[in-house]
Design a binder for this molecule. Sequence first.
Ligand code: ZN
Length: 94
Amino acid sequence: MGLKCCVDSCNSEANSSSIRLHSFPKDDVLCEKWVTALQKDYKFEVKKSHRICSKHFEEQQFTKSTFGNLMLKPGAIPTIFVSAQRSLFKGKFT
Ligand SMILES: [Zn+2]
């Protein structure tokens, strides 16, 4: 509860079924890339509670798990930081 996307200008919370919140990668190098992508203008320290929502990832960075859930591919980096008007995932995953 209370989890929220940490991207500035994005207010996604975990209470929407279309939004998936991703925790930061455990891999230090990849994690650093995520932080760089966020372009925070202050020293951003990644905490376990930090999440980035699925709106910031391109479709091809997702893969389907054996259970049919969308998961981030290994090495995926958030690249979409426009103010969230775009609706991804309109039934494109068949
Ligand atoms: Zn977000």
